[in-house]
Design a protein around this ligand. Structure first.
Ligand code: APR
Length: 320
């Protein structure tokens, strides 16, 4: 059977890590695309030279031509620019929207059957724009945020409780960052909800709230440490988990920015919710009951997404 093909649009910090992880996991052949000539080619060659040492088989190519992504089964998009000091939110939106337009056209032309995972920020708006620009079915275009946010939450909880990260599950809804909605009653240690662990005396409610807040600020914590750039290992690992679930039809239940068509009372927007990812892409959107406080946080998150989408349609009226 032919190997799957994974196209990575953007060969920066996350793109390079995605390529290495996809190789190590033998997910398929890899094409690294970037507009900066030499970078995708150099990273591809460097990773290919690691293959004999690590013992994985994958063809890894670097390119600046969209034609090379032809027939990709999975496309992961990190192309774009980060927000720099002095740049307004709308400046950033304007630049990255243009990038999504180019990337969407490239995918539409060369990889219309792919499962597309968007990572470029501001995520909930960029994935929405990418789906529109590419014209791919909404079930085949998702955004990566929730897997990363819940991974951070899981790591912090595992550290706190001194248990394996494997036994901590976490549930996070809504947008990335400030408006993230961590659901403590659906987050567990080996099936025991965090709310029960508070009752059992494992953790004080106030300490749990601190961990929730640290999770919300997880991206900023890394930016402050790195000073030049943002997180890339965990974001890449998170997107690879989503790609793997699609390629291997694992049907994992993962929180992703998914297109809502009436679920949670929302239509035509991308919002972080739990979904099942299998061979058909987003096979199911899981609608859980939210209590009053959770619903209020979720609504706040949706309002933030709405604000970004409105700003996008002002910049690019064709998207409306
Ligand atoms: N087409 C293709 N690639 C592009 C384009 C474009 N139009 N514009 C920029 N790029 C490339 C850049 O050349 C760079 O190599 O996108 C890459 C982005 O890489 P980094 O700047 O290293 O950013 P990274 O840390 O990988 O994050 C990528 O993910 O988490 C988000 O906020 C983050 O939006 C950012 C994205």
């Amino acid at each position: 059977m032919a190997r799957s093909k994974i196209a990575l649009i953007g060969a920066g910090q996350i793109g390079g890590t995605l390529a290495l992880l996809a190789g190590l996991k033998e997910l398929g052949d890899i094409v690294l695309f970037d507009i900066v000539d030499g970078v995708p080619q150099g990273k591809a060659l460097d990773i290919a030279e690691a293959a004999p040492v690590e013992g994985f088989d994958a063809a890894i190519a670097g390119t600046s031509s969209y034609a090379s992504i032809e027939g990709a089964d999975v496309v992961i998009v990190t192309a774009g620019v980060p927000r720099k000091p002095g740049m307004s939110r709308d400046d950033l939106l304007g630049i990255n929207l243009k990038v999504m337009e180019q990337v969407g056209a490239g995918i539409a032309k060369y990889a219309p059957n792919a499962f597309v995972i968007c990572i470029t920020n501001p995520l909930d708006a960029m994935v929405w724009a990418l789906q529109k620009f590419s014209g791919l079915p909404a079930s085949k275009v998702v955004g990566m945020a929730g897997v990363l946010d819940s991974a951070r939450f899981r790591y912090f909880l595992a550290e706190e409780f001194k248990v394996s990260v494997e036994d901590v599950t976490a549930f996070v809804l809504g947008g990335h960052g400030d408006t993230m909605v961590p659901l403590t009653r659906y987050s567990t240690v080996a099936g025991i909800p965090l709310t029960d662990l508070v009752k059992m005396g494992w953790i004080e409610a106030a300490r749990l709230e601190e961990i929730v807040q640290r999770t919300r600020d997880g991206g900023a914590e890394i930016v402050n440490l790195l000073k030049t750039g943002s997180a890339f290992y965990a974001p890449a690992a998170s997107a690879i988990a989503m790609a793997e679930s699609y390629l291997r039809d694992k049907r994992r239940v993962l929180p992703c920015a998914a297109y809502l068509d009436g679920q949670y009372g929302i239509k035509g927007r991308y919002v972080g919710v739990p979904v099942v990812i299998g061979a058909a892409g987003v096979e199911r959107i899981i609608e859980i009951d939210l209590d009053k406080a959770e619903r209020a946080m979720f609504d706040k998150s949706v309002a933030a997404v709405e604000g970004l989408v409105e700003a996008c349609t002002k910049i690019a009226p064709a998207l409306a």
